[in-house]
Ligand binder design. Sequence first.
Ligand code: ZN
Length: 206
Amino acid sequence: MDLGVKDFCITNKPEKFENPRYFQRSLRRLKIRQRRLNRKAKDSHNRKKARVKVAKIYEKVANQRLDYQHKISLKLTNENQVISCEYLNIKGMVKKPPAEELRYRKLAQQISDVARGQFLTLLEYKGDIYGCEIKRVDRFFPSSKRCSNCGYLKEDLRLKDREWTCPGCHVDHDRDINACQNLLQFYDLKIGWEASKSTPKETITP
Ligand SMILES: [Zn+2]
């Protein structure tokens, strides 16, 4: 499983779960309420009421997101024995936003970071209940840049490259699905690595 931006998460099946963008959908109302709040006199009763209205929008968005995450994590942990996913690789995922939108974009980004962490927590919690093991893959594993077919590392792969062809084996990749395949392979390789490590090695010295 890979956590995306356009899609909330993608699996190697492949299966894509859309990103419902609850925050963006409430953004217009939030901006209006926030502006009203800013106009209220300091320490006034009306300011207090306006602040509650702003807080309620955030609360609604958080509840919608949590509800959605409960549904996906339930489905995934019910249908699988093992889920291998990226630890959290958020850095460099979002392009530099324009100045006037900066504040809200930053806020949206922070919220989505928290949401991802929350989703993984839910996944682990439900995994315990339904007998699905959650394997977190090292964040430095190049899951997007690696060709899941031949292992070629495409160092110049950009974030906007949604589809690419491997120069090594000429296989066409969907960026996210390829990343999922790699995460699954990383898990398999890790098992092999752990198994080989636990085998006692006898060294015979003459
Ligand atoms: Zn390849």
